[in-house]
Design a protein around this ligand. Structure first.
Ligand code: BG6
Length: 483
């Protein structure tokens, strides 16, 4: 999105020694620094423990970043110059006052003009107290800008999301709040806007007259890994569908914004989510992976993963059928699915186009259906493929389906990591790629009834494309694309 400039700031990370900080936030801040995009940005790590100090935090960051294959010397120079640490202990008012004093001291020493970002990279149960603590200590405003960054999941149903929004809004204005959904930072997800609204060709077919169905898949090869503590109380519906997949649905379904302003885009996305009809309980399939094989290697079932209850009913797979009740999409099914321990990592959006009105070529190839399909590949092998029919040369007269292919890496080389884009947006003050309070509530409103009326969770083997029951959601000739 159009860029403002990045002013010097104190970027404060709550949960600074956690997995997210080590694997995503600190590497992204370091890379932005090496690209000279964030001059004067100081990073203040915050956790509960008083056993860490600046030096130990720097050592930890160096170790974490070199494990991510970033250059050790440069990382060390950055850490020594720009990384600091402050314990928040039990989060008492005195602890927050001490944090406030430390930020003020850093600003004075490094001539930072009162610009502050607070990134809440903590387990969700710690969000409310931390945000309330910041507000009570007067840390929601300063002489420069103050921004609050909140990780997902934002709430666990409509009620808790509303409560969390109320806590946030007690101290912060919505214009200060950056709710992260890292899918929005992926280049290929942002490209959906350009793809649709910069190309008259694609936008002209982007409706019920031409599109038979939309299919969105986020498949993961990985299992739950070491995250059972969180995942057992979340499940795929909360973890993936309510956030990442609903974001993809809204970007596919939204109307043209009035301009590229953050509010104009977010307004159209909220409208799209609100237009999704309530979900019919028969149009959803939940699954849980059992033991199986990935890449020829045996892997355990979900219930045998560390930290998972042996009788757990948590879903690791969801497939559902959505209807977007708008003029543009009336009658077009949106098939949405996600799962862990599927055969490969793959995120794609598939638009199957309608058959031509007359089956002129049926006599030559009676069983064949026309196959105009647009596949937008979000990851990996980012790009798109448009398939179309051609006459295969020679006799007999025969049709063949051929692809028209665009690859991001071939065209542009490497593409930035989502967290780099999002953190730079926070520092530059661009909210376009962050989730608005209204959108998060609209999304929970849609899924809360489903969460409150539990469905059976059916098994599928790790390494398969999920439970066969998901095929029953599909109408007409469409099939799940399992490439
Ligand atoms: C996270 C989920 O938000 O997204 C994880 O909590 C999931 O469960 C991850 O594995 C997937 O992200 P990506 O970018 O690897 O597709």
């Amino acid at each position: 999105m159009p860029r403002h400039s990045a002013e010097p700031c104190v970027f404060c990370i709550f949960g600074a020694t956690g997995d997210l900080a080590r694997r995503k936030i600190l590497p992204a801040l370091f890379t932005l620094h090496t690209q000279q995009k964030t001059p004067g940005c100081l990073v203040l790590g915050v956790t509960r423990t008083a056993e860490i100090d600046d030096a130990k935090f720097r050592d930890m960051a160096v170790e974490a970043l070199t494990a991510e294959k970033l250059p050790a010397d440069e990382v060390r120079r950055w850490a020594d110059a720009a990384l600091f640490y402050q314990p928040i202990n039990n989060g008492t008012p005195d602890d927050f006052r001490a944090l406030s004093d430390r930020i003020a001291a850093l600003e004075k020493e490094h001539q930072v003009p009162g610009n502050r970002a607070f990134y809440i990279a903590l387990p969700p149960q710690a969000f409310p107290d931390t945000i309330a603590g910041l507000a009570a200590a007067g840390l929601c405003r300063s002489s420069g800008w103050t921004r609050l960054v909140v990780e997902k999941p934002f709430g666990r149903d409509l009620e808790s999301a509303q409560q969390l929004n109320a806590i946030v809004h007690e101290g912060f204005q919505e214009s200060q709040v950056y709710r992260i959904d890292h899918y929005l930072g992926k280049e290929t997800v942002q490209n959906l806007l350009v793809f649709r609204f910069a190309n008259a060709f694609f936008e002209s077919i982007w409706n019920r007259n031409h599109v038979e169905s939309v299919q969105i898949t986020v498949a993961e090869e990985l299992g739950v890994e070491q995250r059972a503590g969180y995942y057992e109380s979340a499940g795929a519906l909360r973890d993936m569908i309510q956030s990442h997949l609903t974001q993809l649905v809204s970007l596919v379904a939204m109307e043209v914004p009035s301009d590229m302003d953050a509010d104009a885009i977010r307004f159209e996305k909220v409208k799209a989510v609100r237009s999704i009809a309530s979900i019919d309980p028969d149009e959803i399939v939940l699954g849980q992976y059992g033991a199986g094989e990935i890449d020829g290697q045996p892997v355990p079932g979900y219930r045998d993963e560390p930290g998972v209850a042996p009788d757990s009913n948590t879903e690791t797979y969801v497939a559902l059928r959505l209807e977007v009740d708008t003029w543009r999409w009336q009658g077009v099914p949106f098939y949405v699915r996600t799962g862990k321990r599927l055969p490969r990592r793959l995120t794609e959006i598939v638009l199957s186009l309608r058959q031509p009105p007359v089956s002129l070529f049926e006599p030559f190839d009676a069983c064949r259906l026309s196959s105009n399909t647009l596949v937008l590949r979000v990851q990996p092998d980012e790009g798109f493929v448009l398939t179309f029919d051609v006459k295969a040369p020679g006799d007999p007269f025969r049709l063949a389906t051929e692809p028209l292919h665009f690859g991001y890496h071939e065209a542009f080389g490497t593409i930035p990591e989502a967290y780099q884009t999002l953190l730079l947006d926070v520092i530059e003050g661009d909210q376009t790629l962050f989730v608005h309070a209204d959108e998060v509530e609209a999304s929970w409103k849609l899924y809360t009834p489903v969460l409150k009326s539990p469905r059976p969770v059916v098994p599928y083997a790790a390494g398969s494309w999920g439970p066969p029951q998901a095929d029953g959601l599909l109408r007409g000739p469409v099939r799940w694309r399992n490439p």
